[in-house]
Design a protein around this ligand. Structure first.
Ligand code: HEM
Length: 529
């Protein structure tokens, strides 16, 4: 019997303090008799065996590698460069599958019903964030609230994203859309260029203008748009626990802090403006106005009741940063696929253009409004089909708060990560005929199988953490696509990597999308530059 087994079996008996100290003495004496090499080898063998045994116990009957191929680290190296095909193989391997990286045990749910169940089980799970996110977004941030505290805070934010509120933001958004459409033409005058960074920038500018209106200056927008990627880069799965100067996490925190400082200043300006009876044009205005109305009218509406308290500038700045954080990668992904697809499909582009002129009674310069966007039914379907065909957020990691009996045969251990996936549900051939084809028409008939299968529509998650910005996304992309289709002619340089999916937080075409934009007369279709 080796030293370790002896020690453990002694502990299992009903021992007294004397017994323990005797055991400790004999353990030390035993260790003294061993060479360092033997101790190290024994320790490694013990650690590897323990790691494999724990993996087997946690894995139970679900799909997953039979053993951890790489002891301790598991597929850590693969996780640094995730591949869509590897994810897909995992989803196809079973409704529940697992993987273990270091001490983290991860369960992946690939069916629609299991994914929904996880999204809707706040008693057992809460969103999982990498450790460094708490430092970057700050521990006081509302996104880290759980249970009732989260639900209450969220209800107080819902008023910022209602259809009525979203209509307020449209004029500012249209200015940005017009500015960038001109810029895209200008920058590709002498030839096509990579559009992944351009789309990240327009998405950032659109978000910042929507959130802060004219309180944020063009220089501040440029500063954030140019540097926001550092926040994404800082949020790697595994990070050093301390933020060391001049590392990725340090740069990420710098830009997050600078951005939140800008937002704090904007929040004060919004308060001054609304208190002075000014018009609302952005999210901050809408938030301050909701607070003011709740305070003055003492409304009985339960959501407004929550708003009676004053939110500080710091709180507003942190919440607005989470909107930017939640939207930036997913929106950039959606933007890339949307424009790649319509550039490749002249038939779809022609239908969008026809609709855009029709809803404006042939006057392409009619300004965007909420009701005008509502009339763009086909353009809306193109946006919706893009999100189904290439859902930006493939998986949403949750952490298990207490042992979670996810079905009759398996309980996800406490402390594990459990990941609902959305791609398989959105590509289910029983609901979406030819799921790997891009068919916007599947959404046109309100009674079509696609529209009837509400449970499969998991692009924005479901349950208490469902995306706050989903209506905003649909309106904004419909408006953007409509204007781009009218005023620009798009040429996509197709490469062997265009249809391949790159995973970088969200998903992108592997060649980063090479596009050329030319100015177009919306009425004649003539190319003007
Ligand atoms: C195409 C773009 C977008 C996609 C695909 C997307 C998708 C998602 C998904 C899948 C979740 C997790 C839902 C869950 O756990 O059930 C989420 C959460 C969230 N999204 Fe979005 N999102 C997008 C854009 C936006 C935008 C533009 C905003 C804000 C303006 C936003 C704000 C949020 C917030 C605040 C949360 C967390 C909500 C909470 O924890 O209560 N998202 N989003």
């Amino acid at each position: 019997m080796d030293v370790t087994t002896n020690f453990v079996s002694t502990l299992n008996n009903n021992s007294t303090a004397d017994d323990y100290s005797n055991t400790l003495v004999s353990l030390v004496a035993g260790l003294k008799g061993l060479s360092w090499l033997k101790i190290i080898v024994s320790f490694i063998v013990f650690a590897f065996t323990y790691d494999q045994v724990i993996y087997q116990i946690k894995k139970g009957s679900i799909a997953g590698p039979r053993y951890k191929m790489w002891p301790i680290i598991g597929p850590f190296l693969e996780s640094l460069d995730p591949k869509f095909e590897e994810y897909k193989a995992k989803w196809d391997s079973g409704p529940l599958s697992c993987v273990s990286i270091f001490h983290k045990f991860v369960v992946i749910a690939s069916t629609r019903d299991l994914a929904r169940k996880i999204f809707q089980s706040p008693t057992y799970v809460k969103p999982c964030v990498v450790d460094v996110a708490v430092k970057i977004l700050r521990p006081t941030n509302w996104v880290f609230l759980d249970g009732k505290a989260h639900t209450d805070y969220r209800r107080s934010l819902n008023g910022l994203f209602t259809k009525k509120a979203l209509e307020i933001y449209i004029p500012e958004q249209e200015k940005i859309i017009d500015k960038y459409l001109e810029r895209f033409v200008e920058t590709t005058k002498s030839g096509a260029s990579v559009f992944f960074p351009e789309f990240r920038e327009i998405m950032c500018a659109l978000s910042l203008k929507t959130f802060c209106g004219d309180y944020i200056t063009d220089d501040q927008i440029k500063l954030v748009a140019d540097n926001y990627y550092k926040v994404t880069a800082a949020l790697e799965l595994v990070n050093f626990p301390i933020i060391l100067p001049f590392t990725k996490t340090w740069y990420g925190k710098q830009i997050a802090d600078q951005t939140m400082n800008i937002f704090e200043g904007c929040a004060q300006m919004a308060k001054d403006h609304i208190e002075a009876g000014g018009e609302q044009i952005c999210v901050m205005d809408a938030w301050v106005k909701l607070m003011k109305d709740a305070r003055e009218h003492k409304t009985e509406d339960p959501d407004s009741k929550l708003l009676i308290r004053e939110f500080s500038n710091k709180e507003i700045s942190e919440a607005i940063f989470t909107f930017l954080f939640a939207s930036q990668d997913a929106s950039s992904s959606a933007c890339c696929w949307l424009f790649q697809i319509v550039a490749d499909r002249p038939d779809i582009m022609a239908k969008i253009r026809e609709e855009q002129l029709r809803v404006r009674n042939n006057d392409p310069n009619v300004k965007l409004t909420g009701s005008l966007i509502d009339e763009m039914k086909y353009t809306y379907c193109v946006v919706k089909e893009t999100l189904r065909y290439r859902p930006p957020v493939l998986m949403v990691p949750y952490v298990v708060k207490k042992a979670y009996p996810i079905n009759d045969n398996y309980t996800v251990p406490k402390g594990s990560m459990v990941i609902p996936t959305v791609y398989p549900a959105l590509h289910d051939p029983k609901i979406y005929e030819n799921p790997d084809e891009f068919i916007p028409e599947r959404w046109l008939d309100p009674n079509s199988p696609a529209n009837s299968a509400k449970k499969d529509w998991l692009v924005f998650g479901t349950g208490p953490h469902v995306c706050l910005g989903q209506t905003y996304v649909m309106m904004l992309f419909t408006a953007l696509l409509g204007k781009a289709a009218m005023f620009a002619d798009l040429h996509h340089t197709i490469t062997p990597l265009s249809e391949k999916i790159k995973v970088f937080a969200t998903i992108f075409p592997q060649d980063d999308l090479i596009l050329q934009w030319k100015k177009r007369d919306p009425l004649t279709g003539e190319i003007l530059s």
